[in-house]
Design a protein around this ligand. Structure first.
Ligand code: HEC
Ligand code: HEC
Length: 395
């Protein structure tokens, strides 16, 4: 899936970097994240039991509408807003003072949140049907007037894969797509032989190249280490829990859909486990990726947003995954494109991932993959104090 998914805060660095504020970027992102994880007096025991995070209003200074939302859900909500309106954080926020209400759009945004909750409550039986994006569509000023026909043509058509359209005949079934995929990769036997994997490459993010290492230990442990100038950023899933650490900051635990995604990423034999992982598989209308056609399969677990898998019509290989993360205001999509497939120990393996979310994207190019090598278990161990976070894990 997304073995190199970034800790939630790194995109912020990117955001400010694009505004030309390189030095401030890291600093500011650090502050936001530090606010998300205030120093706590939690004992190791409480931490290892994954105690639930504090409410937003207890952690942030000036929360009036998003009360009762868990504090680690505030930034996802903010990212949803920014993506829906097609703006950056500073459209509403004074730099370095996220709690201040000096900017008009921030005040309007509060009224808008109340309006959105009221619409959904009163007109949609409390289901989140209308979101900021329903009206805003990537612009701070929603269109109120229908377009004339020639303009409509110029706009991309509404997604063909909405499900209501009739599927073409002769479509493969979900089982066939999975079987083709496994065969295209090199077969179940070859996939099963991979017991561990070590990958080295470069992440390109906001014009910066970051040395990146990934360690996978079967069946389901994964550590991703990014060597940032300020120290290592480390994301780990140890088979049960997941966390992310950045230099000089407390460890941030993964929850909910982030944890689900990490679990799938860490599964070395994921192609063989698709049917187990998702009780509900549905083939949707085919879509184009660039100039190639792809079959689309929607995978669902009860009570969770779907995961979409795109298989190349010709090769049968996985070309794209789209996952949706919950936020208090709406779903945030993450799209990962797989590319540059090469055969490693008899298995087709993508050497390039392009990870895109609204307003940000990063690319990972692998240079080397070694499999079935011993991997030190310390790589998957939780750092015991925040001091340990500043240093790379392991000996
Ligand atoms: C369209 C306006 C808008 C945009 C864009 C926006 N925010 Fe916010 N932000 C708000 C509003 C409104 C609140 C207060 C929410 C409340 O009162 O419940 C808030 C609150 C916050 C807070 C809490 C501050 C405190 O201490 O009270 C942080 C941190 C924050 N936003 C970060 C961000 C980041 C980071 C981004 C960019 C990814 C962003 N915001 C984009 C409107 C916005
Ligand atoms: C039912 C439709 C609708 C929904 C839902 C909606 N908005 Fe709006 N929003 C509008 C309209 C209409 C305007 C007025 C635009 C204008 O003044 O031209 C507006 C204006 C705004 C503005 C002021 C923009 C500016 O620069 O003047 C902000 C900020 C904003 N909305 C944020 C949000 C946020 C955040 C959400 C989700 C919590 C949201 N809106 C949901 C319709 C909507």
């Amino acid at each position: 899936m997304d073995p190199l998914d970034l800790p939630a805060d790194i995109p912020l660095i990117d955001l400010y970097k694009r505004q030309g504020n390189v030095v401030k970027a890291a600093e500011l992102a650090g502050k936001v994240s530090a606010a998300m994880d205030p120093p706590s007096n939690k004992t190791e025991d409480e931490i290892s039991q994954g105690s639930s995070p504090a409410m937003a209003e207890a952690v942030f200074k000036n929360i009036q509408v998003l009360k009762g939302v868990s504090s680690d859900q505030l930034i996802p909500a903010m990212r949803f807003i920014a993506a829906s309106l097609g703006v950056e954080c500073n459209y509403c926020h004074v730099q370095d003072h996220f709690d201040k209400d000096d900017k008009k759009p921030k005040q309007v945004a509060r009224d808008m949140m109340r309006m959105m909750f009221a619409i959904d409550k009163e007109s949609f039986a409390g289901n989140r049907e209308v979101t900021c994006y329903s009206c805003h569509r990537g612009s701070p000023k929603p269109e109120a007037v229908p377009m004339v026909d020639s303009e409509v043509e110029a706009k991309p058509r509404a997604a063909a894969g909405s499900g209501s359209e009739k599927l073409p005949v002769d479509m493969p079934t979900a089982d066939q797509l999975i079987d083709n995929y496994i065969r295209a990769l090199g077969g179940a036997v070859a996939i099963e032989k991979v017991a561990s994997r070590e990958e080295q490459g470069t992440t390109t993010l906001g014009g910066q190249a970051i040395r990146t290492e990934v360690f996978d230990q079967g069946p389901d442990k994964q550590a991703v280490i990014r060597h940032l100038p300020s120290g290592d950023s480390i994301t780990v899933f140890n088979g049960h829990e997941g966390w992310a650490s950045m230099p000089g900051r407390p460890v941030r635990d993964m929850h909910g859909s982030e944890l689900d995604a990490a679990q799938i990423d860490a599964d070395l034999h994921f192609p063989l486990h698709i049917k187990q992982a998702f009780p509900e598989l549905r083939v949707e209308y085919p879509e184009e990726i660039g100039d190639r056609e792809a079959y689309v399969m929607s995978c669902k677990k009860v009570g969770q947003p779907p995961v979409k898998l795109y298989f190349d019509k010709q090769s049968g290989l996985l070309e794209r995954i789209v996952q949706f993360a919950e936020s208090p205001l709406g779903l945030i999509p993450t799209q990962i494109d797989y590319d540059d497939y090469r055969i490693v120990d008899g298995v087709e393996t993508p050497f390039r991932w392009t990870i895109a979310r609204p307003g940000e994207s990063s690319m990972i190019q692998l240079e080397q993959i070694r499999q079935n090598v011993p991997i030190d278990d310390a790589k998957f161990r939780r750092p015991t104090s925040s001091a340990a976070v500043a240093k790379p894990l392991g000996p």
